[in-house]
Design a protein around this ligand. Structure first.
Ligand code: SF4
Ligand code: SF4
Length: 383
């Protein structure tokens, strides 16, 4: 893990209408050529190198749901870097346990296993991890999965989505998948406030230092992302050597101001990207034509709580703040939410999930992983 991010302001943005492999390849390969130059590499650099391709696999879901990284990108990244003589491993730690059976099951369902094979790469077979520190970037240490630690270069392949806790997920948040399995949930308990969690997400991205960062904006997700929202077509792909710069552009294209997304706020305060989208050097398409206001997650959208003046104190605001609630008609009592709750706030009673509000830290992991979309965000008025 010797690699370092080049904190460039350059972001490449191109139109891309669909996921046909030849179309993806024809757009992405020339951009990869340019990002190689931004990193100071020529193509010969990759001969004999280890490249880790890191898609967003989240959980077991079909390609058509547009929750995970589309396999055409994974295949294209594998083909591009194997053609340069690199050995390419595709890896991620999705939600749930981190073991071969579970992760390969997700990789198969999301089309990633086949994409790795078609592109000439292999899917990760090493389920070890190691505690990594880098005090240049963080005072904390994190367990990171082995294929990312061992890689000479990390290629980060994200999808643009809203996120119930973080507002958005793109390149920076995608690197949270470097933490093995249920240890991700533990980070929510370790960093319970939104700001501390966003800062930790930036730390983890910096420690991994992905040097090629692609955000799929062909079909995005709005509303209750990252898994239960609705699809929104944007028809673009954005790539940069700098994950913080590409996220700044993407947040702007989905209608967020610079200070509305915790990871962007944190990155700006640390000088990892400019403080406004106008200061980015966007190469290719005019980003203004893609800007639109994505529907916000229910957990963070407007709401009465934000309108209560602080002079009335925290109680009223707290009562009117939205919190996760279980829709008992939809809940089937599978217990996935319980297994992913970082603070043991969920029990299953009479085959229905129940949340202990006194324990809940509002991380929305339960909403993210519920396969039945049975977790909503509501206040005491039920709105
Ligand atoms: S994951 Fe969803 S369906 Fe399963 S128990 Fe929790 S709320 Fe119910
Ligand atoms: S109940 Fe849901 S939102 Fe609350 S802490 Fe547990 S997983 Fe997070």
């Amino acid at each position: 893990m010797e690699h370092k991010i080049v904190f460039t302001d350059k972001v490449y943005l191109e139109s891309l209408e669909d996921y046909e492999y030849e179309n993806v390849k024809s757009v992405v390969f020339p951009i990869f050529d340019k990002v190689l130059c931004d990193n100071g590499w020529d193509k010969g650099f990759f001969d004999g190198k280890k490249v880790a391709v890191k898609p967003n696999l989240l959980h077991k879901t079909g390609v058509e749901k547009c929750v995970t990284t589309h396999p055409s990108y994974t295949r294209a990244a594998c083909e591009y870097f194997t053609s340069l003589g690199a050995s390419v491993v595709v890896c991620d730690s999705p939600g749930g346990l981190y073991n071969k059976a579970l992760v390969e099951g997700v990789a198969k369902e999301t089309g990633t296993l086949e994409a790795a094979r078609l592109g000439g790469g292999v899917f990760n077979d090493d389920y070890g991890f190691e505690m990594i520190s880098n005090h240049e970037y963080s005072k904390y240490s994190f367990n990171i999965i082995n294929p990312l630690i061992e890689a000479d270069v990390i290629v980060n392949l994200a999808r643009l989505k809203t996120h119930a806790l973080c507002e958005m997920t793109a390149a920076v948040k995608n690197m949270f998948g470097s933490i093995p399995g249920l240890q991700k949930a533990e980070q929510h308990a370790r960093f319970p406030s939104k700001d501390s969690f966003a800062s930790m997400i930036c730390d983890v991205c910096l420690i991994n230092s992905p040097q090629i960062n692609l955000v799929d904006c062909v079909v995005c997700m709005e509303g209750n992302g990252p898994s239960g929202g609705t699809l929104r077509k944007m028809g673009a792909v954005a790539v940069s050597a700098n994950p913080f710069a590409v996220d700044l552009l993407c947040s702007h294209m989905m209608g967020y101001g610079t200070d509305e997304v915790g990871t962007i706020r944190n990155a700006v305060s640390r000088g990892l990207c400019p403080d406004s989208v106008e200061k980015l050097e966007v190469i290719g398409e005019d980003y203004k034509k893609f800007v639109c206001k994505f529907k916000r997650p229910d957990s963070t959208a407007g709401g009465l709580a934000k309108q209560i003046p602080s002079v009335f104190g925290g109680r009223l605001r707290d009562a009117l703040e939205r919190k996760p609630v279980i829709n008992k008609k939809k809940c089937v009592g599978c217990g996935i939410c319980k297994n992913n709750c970082p603070v043991d706030a969920i029990t299953i009673e009479n085959k229905k999930a129940k949340i202990d509000k006194t324990k809940c830290i509002k991380c929305y992991c339960c909403q993210e992983f519920c396969p039945k979309l049975a977790v909503a965000a509501k206040n005491i008025l039920g709105i």
